[in-house]
Design a protein around this ligand. Structure first.
Ligand SMILES: [Zn+2]
Length: 311
């Protein structure tokens, strides 16, 4: 039903899934740049179409609503929320009595700025397994949000400027919503704020915030793109407390590798338990894993599933 050569291709539909190379016909699971290419024809969710419009000039896309079937060459295609960032979609393709589900990047636990993840039954499951090692267990969302707010409040009380480094789409808005909903003074970089009208269009509201001014970061929480941490004044600075949001924060070495005071494992990906939970819930006949570790595939095979790593 599909073939894999660095990218996934649904053979009989000539439909490429999340290809970074330009194709005739491609499915884009979500708006992160490593999943986008200017395919001649694109299918994606409605919010993803809005994000793509900002990132590509005049894309030719067909936005689909979640759970609304679309027929292509005799196959039935549906999109389902993947819980990764706003608009992120799983795609289910059903033809000749066989169904295939491709998750794209996904997260099962809820977040403030994302549609709730949906379990979808399928015979073949192609899943993203970035954090597929048992020690990648993320703390509860409540405890991580509480820790983020506490780190920012304590820094402000100590006369330091809290700076959060986050991806410009997804985690940037998530951090802004957590901080602004709590009523802390907050400013975000324009690269993050440019997407806010799209979040608002889909009913996600934010508390009070302003636009970051490089010369005036003091007395508020600042949310900046991750690359900004290389700029002068952030590394080993005594007047700032720097926080990076990433699931890799589970690894103790992350804070040194990323050059910040704290890496909080607030992730937009599934952790190990959620990856296992997905397979146990869907019970597919065959599992293919992307972006993962051999050990995760071994553990699925040991548990009686038929699993393979695509690499
Ligand atoms: Zn992503």
């Amino acid at each position: 039903m599909f073939s894999y050569d660095r990218d996934l291709l649904i053979d009989h539909l000539d439909l490429w899934l999340d290809s970074k190379r330009v194709k005739e016909f491609g499915f884009i699971s979500h708006g992160h740049t490593d999943h986008i290419a200017r395919h001649k024809k694109i299918i994606c969710s409605e919010p993803t179409a809005d994000f793509i419009k900002i990132r590509l000039k005049n894309p030719n896309y067909q936005p689909l609503k979640y759970n609304q079937p679309c027929q292509i060459n005799g196959a039935e295609i549906t999109l389902h929320p993947a819980g990764h960032i706003l608009g992120s979609s799983q795609i289910k393709i059903k033809s000749d009595g066989i169904s295939l589900l491709y998750t794209g990047d996904f997260r099962i636990s809820p977040a403030r700025t994302v549609e709730a993840f949906e379990y979808v039954e399928s015979d073949i499951l192609i899943m993203e397994t970035t954090f597929g090692l048992p020690h990648y267990k993320f703390p509860s969302r409540e405890s991580m949000e509480a820790e983020l707010l506490e780190l920012c409040s304590s820094a402000l009380k100590a006369g330091k400027t809290p700076v959060i480094f986050a991806y410009t789409l997804g985690k940037g808005q998530e951090a802004l919503k957590i901080i602004s909903d709590a009523g802390l003074p907050v400013a975000a970089d324009y690269s993050i704020l440019q997407f806010i009208p799209i979040f608002q269009k889909y009913g996600i509201e934010f508390g009070k915030f302003t636009t970051c001014k490089k010369t005036d970061l003091a007395e508020k929480v600042n949310i900046l793109p991750v690359q900004a941490r290389y700029q002068k004044g952030f590394r080993n600075s005594n007047d700032k407390f720097t926080i990076y949001l990433s699931g890799w924060g589970i690894d103790k070495s992350a804070q040194f590798r990323l050059g910040v005071n704290k890496v909080l494992p607030l992730s937009d990906h599934a952790d190990y338990d959620e990856l296992i939970q997905l397979v146990e819930t869907i019970k597919p006949q065959k599992v293919y894993c992307t972006h993962g570790f051999d050990q995760f595939v071994d553990s699925l095979n040991n548990a009686g599933y038929k699993a393979e790593l695509l690499k």
